[in-house]
Design a protein around this ligand. Structure first.
Ligand SMILES: Nc1ncnc2c1ncn2[C@@H]1O[C@H](COP(=O)(O)OP(=O)(O)OP(=O)(O)O)[C@@H](O)[C@H]1O
Ligand SMILES: [Mg+2]
Length: 370
């Protein structure tokens, strides 16, 4: 168990700067998730924490210890990778005990620890098998067991589930979180899967191009994205972004867009949504440009009274079990909304919608207007 502090970390490979000044604080015992698109520097940061790469600038502290210059062995971390890298010629028991054996741990202790960890992970019946006789999920559990058996102060995971199919991924994800709650060792977990990030994290760090774009609890980051990038990265289907103009009418302000008849179905589409000004510190000026962000689930069919806030003619409608996804267009801008199946939305239907929650961004900087 250890608290992790990363200060102003930079990493360059030759002339390419991959990490551009990263600060991260993970409290003792927390489950932190680093999430971001491919190539943003997640694995590089994890490898720096493990000591497998050297930082170009900045420092890494585990509790009171400055580990920036320490060898991997001296850091007391265990890393679980995407590829399980089990030893094919060793049984599950031998694979689990290998790390302890090379550290000179005595046989009785190895046996006891391996049995304990096998019990935790439900691997008892598999201890004498070889990796080739295991399923993907079982192999991944052995790889985790190999890390747990060493009782490290810090667990580092680099996309450990990405080789598993969707169902198994969900199962092992729950398993990982359960292990964490039992062992309460500090964990740092890398993924580009936002569902994993949202469900596993106590604290999540959204990385973009070598910088932390936002951090906080999943609920904070999802509910109050600080930038358009974060807003678009988290959530499925992705948030809709619509360029609009502020229109002041008396005491109220609206964000409006009207497009000529260029939509997929050849009808005009409109957005005219009231801005709940009380929720924003920003003062909205008549004629000001804003980017409106609407999550696909944050709409509902308008009731009879009052003008709809978002209106377009539906293109493709997909049935996804409990809900429908209707796709359309505001001019060139694609729009996706999720509606209850009993809304019976169909292709070619005019959709008149209320917007239940909206986000607003500065169209030039992408910063959230708050
Ligand atoms: N040894 C290296 N030499 C040069 N460039 C590297 C090296 N390792 C990584 N990079 C570059 O650094 C950037 C970040 O790589 P990294 O592996 O950290 O990304 P990532 O966020 O883990 O992506 P992914 O989600 O695809 O795994 C990439 O542009 C990559 O090409
Ligand atoms: Mg990676």
């Amino acid at each position: 168990m250890v608290e992790v502090r990363v200060d102003a970390i930079e990493k360059r490979f030759g002339s390419t700067q991959v990490l551009r000044g990263i600060d991260i604080h993970v409290p003792d015992g927390a489950f932190a998730v680093l999430v971001g698109p491919s190539g943003c520097g997640k694995s590089t940061l994890l490898r720096l924490l493990a000591g497998l790469e050297e930082a170009t600038a900045g420092s890494i502290r585990f509790g009171a210890r400055d580990v920036t210059q320490l060898e991997p062995r001296a850091r007391d971390v265990a890393m679980v990778f995407q590829s399980y890298a089990l030893y094919p010629h060793l049984t599950v028991r031998q694979n689990l005990g290998f790390g302890l054996k090379i550290r000179g741990t005595d046989k009785a202790t190895i046996r006891a620890r391996v049995d304990e960890v096998a019990g935790m992970l439900g691997l008892e019946a598999l201890l004498d098998r070889y990796p080739r006789a295991l399923s993907g999920g079982q192999r991944q559990r052995v790889a985790m067991g190999r890390a747990i058996v060493r009782r490290p102060a810090l667990f580092l995971f680099d996309e450990p589930l990405s080789n598993l199919d969707a169902k198994l991924r969900a199962q092992v994800r729950v398993e990982i979180r359960r292990q964490h709650d039992q062992l309460s060792a500090t964990s740092i977990y890398v993924t580009h899967d936002q569902v994993e990030a949202m469900t596993l994290a106590d604290v999540m760090f959204v990385l973009n191009a070598g910088k932390v774009e936002q951090y906080g609890s999943p609920a904070e980051v999802y509910g109050r994205p600080a930038t358009r990038f974060v807003a678009g990265f988290l959530g499925s289907p992705a948030m809709n972004f619509i360029e609009a103009t502020v229109e002041r009418a008396g005491a109220r302000a609206y964000a409006t867009t009207t497009t000529a008849a260029t939509g997929a179905e050849g009808d005009a589409a409109t957005l005219r949504v009231a801005i709940p000004e009380g929720q924003f510190k920003h003062r909205f000026q008549d004629g000001e440009r804003v980017t409106v962000g609407i999550r696909p689930h944050d709409v509902a069919l308008a009731r009879g009274d009052g003008a709809p806030e978002l209106e377009f003619t539906s293109g493709l409608v997909e049935l996804l079990g409990p809900e429908l996804q209707a796709h359309g267009q505001l001019g060139e801008t694609p729009v996706t909304v999720c509606l209850a199946t009993d809304s019976q939305a169909r292709r070619g239907q005019r959709l008149r919608l209320r917007v239940e929650h909206l986000h607003l961004f500065d169209p030039d900087t992408g910063a959230s207007l708050r």
